[in-house]
Design a protein around this ligand. Structure first.
Ligand SMILES: Nc1ncnc2c1ncn2[C@@H]1O[C@H](COP(=O)(O)OP(=O)(O)OP(=O)(O)O)[C@@H](O)[C@H]1O
Ligand SMILES: [Mg+2]
Length: 264
């Protein structure tokens, strides 16, 4: 994947810097594809700190975080997980979609994230790991409307006292972001696609549609134009066809909007 510089349109980097200096952990809340991961990567890069990422799912186990005992050639050793590694190294730990983790996993995190910033490894003879001074943690959650997500328990929420909301950017800013990802000159078509995306996002927000396109879609649209595809065709591939998943009526609604914006 190409490295595109993050466009910090709502001063999130500054907020992250202030939180970092104060040693306050940060929670980023926002729907998919609003730049949460790019923001954190860019922040880590600007600070020159090492980034350790965990992508949570229902299958994430304590061992992923903390580590496991391994037996090689008759010797037992401890293979440390990313939580422990980042604490020891004082690196930036990125906990992506933390609200899809199971309760037992969250409990272990809770222990490490409390003010003492340490964790006892029952997996390694009760050894206690104390985090380095500059250890820092940023977590993300998708809003609750996102299927498959759970509410984060309040005590864990309180471990992240700084909360950044990342929404879809205003139209002209989205255009600027999309243009960072493509080389061609298609401002007016891309603006149309962003308007289309916003219409679909609004419809999804009031549950008239089942899917909300992200910045990934507006970027993909622009890339197809760069490759020589017509706007109407690109709009169908990127924005329209996905809705057939929910049947012809849902698809037709969107298809009509696309035709009204991009012609026949
Ligand atoms: N402010 C921005 N500047 C540059 N690129 C951006 C920005 N915001 C989003 N993007 C681009 O949009 C795409 C989606 O961004 P990213 O993966 O960071 O979103 P996310 O919020 O982490 O998504 P998810 O919730 O699905 O993990 C990427 O290609 C990213 O480069
Ligand atoms: Mg992400």
């Amino acid at each position: 994947m190409e490295e595109v510089q993050y466009l910090d349109w709502n001063n999130s980097i500054q907020t992250l810097n202030k939180a970092y200096d104060a040693g306050l952990f940060v929670l980023i809340i926002g729907p998919k594809g609003t730049g949460k991961t790019s923001l954190v990567r860019d922040f880590a890069k600007s600070k020159g700190i090492n980034l350790e990422s965990i992508n949570f799912s229902l299958r994430t186990r304590e061992s992923h975080l903390v580590g496991t005992k391994t037996l090689t050639d008759g010797t037992v050793s401890f293979d440390e997980g990313l939580l422990v590694k980042s604490m020891r190294e004082g690196s930036l730990l990125y906990l992506d979609e933390i609200n899809s983790a199971e309760a037992d996993v969250l409990l272990r995190l809770d222990e490490a994230l409390d003010d003492r910033r340490q964790i006892a490894l029952k997996e390694s003879n009760g050894e206690v790991i104390k985090a380095k001074e500059n250890w820092f943690v940023i977590a993300t959650i998708n809003p609750l409307t996102h299927s498959g997500t759970k509410e984060l328990p309040p005590q864990l929420l309180s471990r992240f006292p700084v909360r950044i909301r990342l929404e879809y950017p205003p139209e002209e800013i989205e255009l600027e972001i999309v243009k960072k990802h493509v080389s061609g000159e298609h401002d007016s078509e891309i603006t149309h696609a962003i308007k289309l995306a916003n219409t679909l996002r609004q419809a999804a927000a009031v549950e008239e549609l089942f899917y909300s396109p992200s910045l990934r879609e507006t970027i993909a649209f622009a890339k197809l134009l760069d490759g020589g595809m017509s706007p109407k065709e690109a709009a169908n591939f990127v924005f329209g066809n996905v809705y057939t998943q929910w049947g012809d009526i849902e698809y037709q609604k969107v298809s009509d909007i696309i035709t009204s914006m991009f012609g026949n």
